[in-house]
Design a protein around this ligand. Structure first.
Ligand code: 13P
Ligand code: SF4
Length: 350
């Protein structure tokens, strides 16, 4: 991808972002009455709600209280594939619902809104990615789960942040050279840890890219004993300082196992709901971004995850609008299933 292509993509990302942020501004607090009504609708529907840690706390709570699930992107994929419900509702972003559909084509998979996307997915259009792969025909293609079904269909492996490092380590041991896409920060992190021969696609997460060292120093001075938890989609300067680097679930586990009583957390602030539940006695502080009111676009809150509000969930549960159902082209589905099955087999979950 040329620099010009990337900037063009980036401005498109900004348009999406502006739309999602405008949407966020219109959202209202969920009342107890609304919560109870939507809970009954969900239970009556027989659908299973699978939520990511970044969606609103009320949605995570609803998933927990109705026999659904809250987890990282790998665990969501695993849970959806194993659960007997024939109707899944994915509260997350579109690649998560597509993954659930690819792994369970016989199930109906819905989202509160399919407009909830991801800057990494947007930043890796299939045409340009296909050309990138064609320019490196001798490399094993490893893509992050945060991609479209078409990009997955072009890949040898799909990985999430919880297993990317292990998969590349294994491929490197086998002497394979890697083509990695789309997150350049995660790619660089894996490269530095494994020493693998990797060419990297140039894209980033608009949320994690905002974390900055400049204000971290001041925050760490204020909280000298605090541990630093960092998602590997963050810039290298943050990762290098971290006490733990990992997927959302791995960061929650680190908050439990590390001895620190205070943590500075560099990932979407939606994670605080589950993390605080698991370490109620510990203090959690948001890592600094360019700052609310500063130049930060997302301020540690994924605007697309935020689109999964209660109002949209209720609309889904009462109307089941066609445009909320995940659709994956049949040929792509078969092709994308191979690297996804490989991913699950690698974790022993196939
Ligand atoms: P996890 O796999 O860690 O849940 O990450 C998904 C994601 O989109 C992070 O921004
Ligand atoms: Fe994509 Fe970043 Fe949002 Fe995760 S936080 S879904 S990587 S934009």
């Amino acid at each position: 991808m040329t620099a010009t292509d990337y900037i063009a993509t980036h401005s498109m990302v900004k348009d999406y972002l502006a739309k999602a942020l405008a949407d966020d501004a219109t959202r209202q607090q969920v009342s107890g009455e609304t919560y109870a009504r939507v809970k009954t609708q969900l239970q009556d529907s027989g659908a299973c709600l699978i939520a990511h840690y970044y969606v609103d706390a009320e949605l995570q709570r609803l998933a927990e209280e109705t026999g659904g699930f809250v987890g990282d992107s790998l665990e969501m994929a695993r849970f959806g594939a194993r659960h007997p419900a024939q109707t899944l509702i994915v509260a997350g972003v579109s690649f998560m619902a597509e993954t659930a559909k690819i792994l369970s084509p016989e199930k109906r998979v819905w989202m509160p809104t399919r407009e909830a996307t991801c800057s990494l997915d947007l930043g890796c259009p299939i045409e340009a990615f296909d050309a990138f792969c064609a320019a490196h025909p001798d490399r094993t293609v490893v893509v992050y789960a945060n991609t479209s079904a078409a990009v997955k269909a072009r890949a040898d492996w799909v990985v999430t942040s919880s297993i990317g490092l292990d998969v590349v380590e294994m491929l490197d041991r086998r002497g394979e050279r890697i083509l990695w896409a789309p997150d350049r920060y995660l790619g660089r992190y894996i490269q530095s840890k494994t020493g693998a021969d990797m060419v990297l696609w140039d894209s980033a997460c608009v949320v994690h890219e905002e974390f900055r060292l400049q204000d971290l120093d001041a925050l760490q001075k204020l909280h000298p004993g605090a541990g630093l938890l960092v998602h590997p989609e963050s810039p290298e300067e943050m990762v290098l300082r971290a006490d733990a680097v990992g997927s959302t679930s791995q960061l929650i586990a680190a908050a439990e196992t590390l001895p620190h009583m205070t943590f500075i957390v560099a990932t979407d602030k939606g994670i605080f709901y589950k993390m605080q539940q698991r370490v109620p006695h510990k203090r959690l502080i948001e890592a600094p971004t360019r700052g609310a009111g500063g130049s930060c676009q997302s301020c540690a809150h994924c605007p697309w995850m935020a689109m999964n509000g209660f109002a949209r969930l209720e609309h889904l549960l009462t109307q089941w609008p066609k445009d909320c159902e995940a659709q994956v082209d049949e040929t792509l589905l078969v092709q994308a299933r191979r690297p996804l099955d490989r991913m699950l087999a690698f974790t022993g979950a196939a």
